[in-house]
Design a binder for this molecule. Structure first.
Ligand SMILES: C[S@@+](CC[C@H](N)C(=O)[O-])C[C@H]1O[C@@H](n2cnc3c(N)ncnc32)[C@H](O)[C@@H]1O
Length: 269
């Protein structure tokens, strides 16, 4: 849930040597400002998570769980006694998760080398992170830890760029980004022989943010997290200008940010 007043965006420098066009540097960028990520990044709609979760799960892995945006919804939906486990390579992100969800077991690890036994979980869910994985290695590892009949669920929140100010916001965030040049995700197709065909569904919803939070949200994007300080500051100033001038934003105490959530699921054979 969004805070009633926006937190201050970080003015700390990006760790030295991070390259905004390098895949590994971008995937590792989330160590910075994990607290702000937890405060302003969107949750996931309940109906999408229900669609992803198989009935009667006993153990669920939230892979690339970050600060626990998806984990929180999972914990809310599953029956009491269900074991919810979170894996992420970022210690600061997992620290935020543990502070919010102390009942969730966390492991530092990656999708390509999961710190879990074979056939030990009924569902592996991945939110807003599949594009950071080595997909072949991750699919092999996920197939290893899933029980037969278990579910792989992958989900992304895309901002709805049919809305004018949202399209302009996206242009500020993605201009010059060679890794994520557009606002939307790349649809998930096959994940290999261990899995059944991928099914897809979309869910529309609106997130509500306090005025001023758009620049904080922008600052949590991996591209801005890795841009040189002067370029990052210039992008944040563009976001401020958008909020101060766009007729749909100016003078509003609260910003309504529409999302299209795309969910994909496949079953472990
Ligand atoms: C955009 S965040 C998404 C976090 C969370 N799932 C959410 O929806 O808010 C991407 C996450 O992927 C993690 N990540 C990056 N590379 C990874 C990898 N190879 N294996 C597992 N997680 C990875 C990052 O540390 C970060 O927490």
């Amino acid at each position: 849930m969004a805070p009633s007043t926006p937190p201050s965006p970080s003015s700390a420098s990006a760790p030295a040597g991070r390259d905004p066009h390098d895949h590994a540097d971008r995937a590792a960028s989330f160590d910075r400002d994990a607290d702000l990520y937890a405060q302003v990044r969107p949750t996931y709609p309940r109906d999408a998570v229900e669609w992803l979760l198989p009935a009667g799960v006993r153990r669920v892995l939230d892979l690339a769980a970050g600060t626990g945006k998806l984990t929180e919804v999972v914990v809310d939906l599953v029956a009491a006694g269900t074991d919810v486990v979170a894996v992420d390579p970022s210690s600061p992100m997992l620290g935020e998760l543990s502070a919010r969800l102390p009942g969730v077991t966390t492991h530092q690890g990656t999708a390509e080398r999961l710190p879990l036994p074979d056939a030990s979980v009924d569902a592996v869910l991945v939110a807003q992170a599949w594009h950071w994985f080595d997909v072949d290695a991750a699919a092999t590892e996920i197939a290893r830890v899933l029980r037969p009949g278990g579910t792989l669920g992958v989900v992304w929140n895309d901002r709805d760029t049919a809305v004018d100010w949202v399209a302009r916001f996206g242009e500020i965030l993605h201009r010059g980004d060679r890794l994520e040049p557009a606002a939307g995700h790349v649809p998930l197709t096959g994940v290999g022989d261990p899995f059944t065909a991928v099914e897809a569904a979309t869910f529309r919803w609106v997130d509500r943010l306090p005025a001023g939070a758009l620049r904080v949200l922008a600052g949590t994007r991996s591209f801005l997290l890795t841009l040189p300080d002067d370029e990052r500051a210039a992008r944040l100033a563009e976001v401020d200008a958008l909020e101060a001038t766009h007729p749909d934003l100016v003078g509003r105490a609260e910003v309504e940010l529409p999302y299209v959530t795309s969910a994909y699921r496949a079953r472990r054979r």
